[in-house]
Design a protein around this ligand. Sequence first.
Ligand code: NAD
Ligand code: DAU
Length: 352
Amino acid sequence: MTILITGGAGFIGANFVLEWVKATGEPVVNLDALTYAGNRASLQSLEGSNLHHFVHGEIGDAALVGELLATHKVRAVINFAAESHVDRSIKGPTRFFETNVMGTLGLLEAVRAYWGGLGGAVKDAFRFLHVSTDEVYGTLAPDEPAFSETTPYRPNSPYAASKASSDHIVRSYHETYGLPVLLTNCSNNYGPLQFPEKLIPLVIHNALAGKDLPIYGDGLQVRDWLYVGDHCTAIRQVLETAAPGASYNIGGDNQMTNLAVVRHICALLDARRPKADGSRYADQMKHVTDRPGHDRRYAIDARKIAHDLGWQPSVRFEDGIRQTVDWYLANAGWVENVTSGAYRDWVARQYT
Ligand code: NAD
Ligand code: DAU
């Protein structure tokens, strides 16, 4: 049997592929367009492995996807591929709708045609799992209850709106065509292999480079941080055991303000890589203009996945963030490799 992963050269996808191959020994076809966020270097340890077949291409290319599904007799598809950075969606929304909405539609059309041609037990066992986000639910006031699977969608950024649209399309393919879909909505991930445009790797990268650590607005926005390995485990459990049509929220039960996260990273760096002049990394923190439409608070109610599938986060933030900081300190080459000219152009446009 084989599974098709899309976006497996990105942050969560690459962590998932590495973990999947190690844990299951089942072959993976990895379809990725290698945008700025996709890096073959993340999958270097699988070079030459007959369990990992990398294909450079777009999820919206239904002909390519159809060929891959048939050639490799795929039993399940997990769709990680997306444009994923909120700030980029604010600067230029079009690509988000092309990939996250039309791309997902093209992928689903290819999957529907392939699945329609299967028979018997193979057809019954087939699954399409769409990886989505808690941002589709919008923002919470400090005292509001956490997002559950029945919270109405109220996306605020172009990124969130594009993901919400894709979730609705996926759901409609189950209701209309009976396609055995699964949907997961997860909170903020952190861990190794995350592109240094997102808060945690950006802060580590800038701190070590002696640059400002940009805090949007007052820095009191709240996110629910989950270690990427726990997200990957949850996805595997949903794929293996959830009923077709089900959706699950996934979170770390770990709400923190951005200020608290950044200060925590600074303290870890002070201990691990003290600055020569004796100053503190936190001195580099700088409040900058807030993100337009900035969601104030996310929080996930993950009781459904705990109850139905027995999944719970296993990595405490203190441990996960220490491992993450250590990974970035030990993998300066990976960071150097991904922070190319295009990355520097983005940083210049976003932060000056
Ligand atoms: P990422 O930006 O790091 O990686 C996205 C990957 O998709 C890259 O490898 C990129 O090359 C690929 N890709 C982009 N457009 C493509 C296309 N048209 N065809 C094929 N491949 C394409 O993203 P990530 O942080 O790993 O997120 C993965 C998924 O998880 C996304 O769907 C995102 O919405 C969702 N998600 C992310 C988080 C988070 O905290 N990062 C949390 C919840 C959900
Ligand atoms: O909640 C899940 C989502 O988490 C995913 O769907 C997205 O793909 C992922 O990018 C992430 O979105 P956020 O916008 O929450 O993540 P980001 O790392 O961009 O920002 C985290 C918080 O930190 C947010 O409140 C904005 C703030 N921030 C971010 C950056 C990059 C800063 O204060 N300064 C910064 O430079």
